[in-house]
Design a protein around this ligand. Structure first.
Ligand code: GLU
Length: 416
């Protein structure tokens, strides 16, 4: 049987296993199997060459029992409803795992941002915001950047929303530019979360992070910041790949030089301090730590038997298929699951939202210290749940999240 690469089915498969083990109430299980709200919008946009193009956009809220929906907006040609539904559900579990008072949401637009001008992206973003306006808001649903979007995208969402409500509402999005109420430490927060959980995972194996070898798939915001922070913590980043190229150096890449190269060349390929390798090999290198920080469905039933890393820290959302999970477990690979490993971003998003609402801004050191506190606490909660239910850390993380979300739902009851 060929394995499913539908990310929503992959989420449901784990939810089913975790619910059975936890003994989740059947009614709640049915509720969690589908998002509470999915919105599909058609977005006419005036392109620079005078044509009108109509794009499809989505915003999905999977669960809002613990607070406003929270989650990024993704611009990519492969965006589809099932992917956004999966990502929204993962946000529900992620916000519960780090215990921040949000539910889970996600949005996306089917488009190719690399081939659009700033003007086209701005018009697209503003039209999208206007279309989903009714379900957005600091107390309803708070977007953030994701693949293909950035702080500028958030600034356009903020402005469009604010124009409609006739006041500046900077808590409507997170991951904003600093001058618009963004938080110090937010741009590298997901990468910092990867660093914190990688350190904890190595400690669990009785090994120091300093000197550990690392391979990273993806050099976008998450991959590049994780590379930098791991390098600065004394780990040896020996291989990195992105969409367009690869580079490796057994003695350890000079990550600062690589960041500089990547800024100019827009790829890690062609870096003078390393040599190219076959892209597929990044996942099967004999390293201490593997960080998949690109797309969904990268570690599959097919290549999982060849994964030789001791620890996999999932910087991306959904990089491992449900079929690969038992194979990694069997081979003794310690997986720090996405809903824990990449939760640093949404944790600092929460800090940003809090700072916006109190109107008082923290120093970077304060943000980073609080992030360490939240992430290490979450790490230990996930692993003690894992031990309690004698399961793997992914299912442990799902159970911890289920416990928290279902408690909130039970307290609230069903409105009928
Ligand atoms: N897009 C990021 C994620 O997948 C951040 C979401 C947020 O900060 O709301 O976790």
């Amino acid at each position: 049987m060929s394995e499913t690469h539908n990310p929503f089915e992959a989420m449901q498969a784990r939810l089913r296993v975790a619910s059975e083990l936890y003994g989740l109430d059947d009614a709640l299980f049915k509720v969690f199997m589908a998002p509470v709200r999915s919105m599909i919008v058609s977005l006419p946009v005036h392109m620079d060459d005078g044509r009108w193009e109509v794009f499809t956009g989505y915003r999905v809220q999977h669960n809002i029992a613990r607070g406003p929906a929270k989650g990024g907006i993704r611009y990519d040609l492969h965006v589809n409803l099932d992917e956004i539904k999966a990502l929204a559900a993962w946000m529900t579990w992620k916000t519960a795992v780090v215990d921040v008072p949000f539910g889970g949401g996600k949005g996306g637009i089917v488009c190719d941002p690399a081939h659009m001008s700033q003007g086209e992206l701005e018009r697209l973003t503003r039209r999208y915001t206007a279309e989903i306006m009714d379900i957005l808001g600091p107390d309803r649903d708070v977007p953030a950047p994701d693949m293909g979007t950035n702080s500028q995208t958030m600034a356009w969402v903020l402005d469009t929303y604010s124009m409609h409500v006739r006041k500046t509402e900077n808590a409507v999005v997170t991951g904003k530019p600093l001058g618009l109420g963004g938080s110090l430490g937010r741009p590298e927060a997901t990468g910092r979360g990867v660093l914190i959980t990688a350190r904890e995972a190595m400690q669990r194996l009785g090994k120091p992070l300093a000197g550990a070898t690392v391979a990273i798939q993806g050099f976008g915001n998450v991959g590049s910041q994780a590379a930098r922070l791991l390098h600065e913590a004394g780990a040896r980043v020996i291989a990195v790949c992105d969409n367009h190229g690869t580079t490796k150096n057994e003695r350890g890449l000079d990550v600062h030089a690589l960041l500089k190269h990547n800024q100019e060349a827009r790829t890690v390929g062609g870096f003078k301090g390393g040599e190219a390798f076959d892209k597929e090999e990044v996942l099967t290198m004999p390293v201490d730590i593997l960080v998949p920080a690109a797309l969904e469905n990268q570690i599959t039933g097919l290549n999982a038997p060849r994964v030789r890393a001791k620890v996999v820290v999932e910087g991306a959302n959904g990089p491992t298929t449900a079929e690969a999970d038992p194979i990694l477990l069997e081979n003794g690979v310690l997986v720090v699951p996405d809903i824990l490993a990449n939760a640093g971003g949404v944790t600092v998003s929460y800090f940003e939202w809090v700072q916006n609402r109190i109107g008082f801004y923290w120093r970077e050191r304060e943000v980073n210290e609080k992030l360490v506190e939240y992430m290490t606490h979450a790490f230990h909660a996930v692993f003690s749940t894992t031990d309690k239910y004698k399961t793997n850390p992914r299912i442990g993380a799902y159970i911890l999240a289920l416990e928290r979300v279902s408690q909130a739902m039970q307290h609230r009851g069903f409105y009928a």
